[in-house]
Design a protein around this ligand. Structure first.
Ligand SMILES: CC(C)(COP(=O)(O)OP(=O)(O)OC[C@H]1O[C@@H](n2cnc3c(N)ncnc32)[C@H](O)[C@@H]1OP(=O)(O)O)[C@@H](O)C(=O)NCCC(=O)NCCS
Length: 186
């Protein structure tokens, strides 16, 4: 059965995950460059558990970390979409937007294209009131996407799931609110 497509952009489909995506996602999560700003790469088992959670969340909520498929090659290239952060902070519970692409797909604007479409879907269709994003202060590539899609820096925080003094602990927090997004679109 064909997977549900939630969003279509000029070059991408944002859809439920399918079994043929798994091997690429396992490789991505073992790539040290892709995982540079995570505490470690993911084992195959951890990636399979991650996919299982993502698929269940999409099925249950109607949104989540959507699989990205290129329309020209029909290949799976990573994910962009929504998650619910599991840690306590002054901005949680909240809706987070995030992205992770295969290394050979960087530098072509796919993450930005997918993230812009997700914001529109989140505010117009899912009626979110606010969307947040965060990453290590070192991950300027990811922060660049936050800026390019119109999010504003709202602060910095120490990630509570990383030990005190961990080199990735300090994070930037970006946010965008529904009324701000919708008035820039009209
Ligand atoms: C973060 C990540 C998704 C960014 O990917 P990316 O390909 O660099 O991001 P973009 O989609 O914005 O593409 C960037 C470049 O593509 C180029 N580009 C080429 N064609 C383009 C097009 N048609 N439209 C837009 N940009 C285009 C631009 O030069 C752009 O660079 P710029 O930022 O100088 O404008 C990627 O580095 C990644 O997967 N990192 C690992 C996972 C990660 O850290 N995730 C975040 C954790 S919180």
């Amino acid at each position: 059965m064909a997977p549900i497509i939630f969003i279509e952009t000029e070059r991408l489909l944002l859809r439920q995950w399918k079994a043929t995506d798994f091997s690429t996602y396992i490789s991505m999560n073992q790539d040290k460059e892709v995982m540079q700003y995570f505490p470690s790469v993911f084992s195959e088992e951890k990636t399979r558990q991650h996919i299982d959670i993502i698929q269940k969340n999409i099925k249950q909520d109607g949104y989540g970390l959507f699989a990205l498929e290129r329309k020209d090659t029909h290949s799976f290239i990573g994910f962009t979409g929504f998650a619910h952060p599991k840690f306590e902070a002054d901005f949680t519970p909240c809706i987070e937007i995030g992205w992770r692409l295969s290394r050979n797909q960087w530098g072509m604007g796919f993450a930005t294209e997918a993230a812009k479409a997700c914001l529109a879907y989140g505010f117009r269709t899912l009626q979110f009131s606010a969307i947040h994003s965060f990453t290590s202060v070192l991950n300027t590539r990811s922060e660049q996407i936050m800026k390019k899609i119109g999010m504003q820096k709202t602060g910095e925080f120490d990630h509570p799931l990383l030990e005190q003094g961990h080199y990735l602990q300090k994070h930037v927090l970006y946010s965008i609110h529904s009324n701000n997004f919708l008035c820039t679109q009209n």
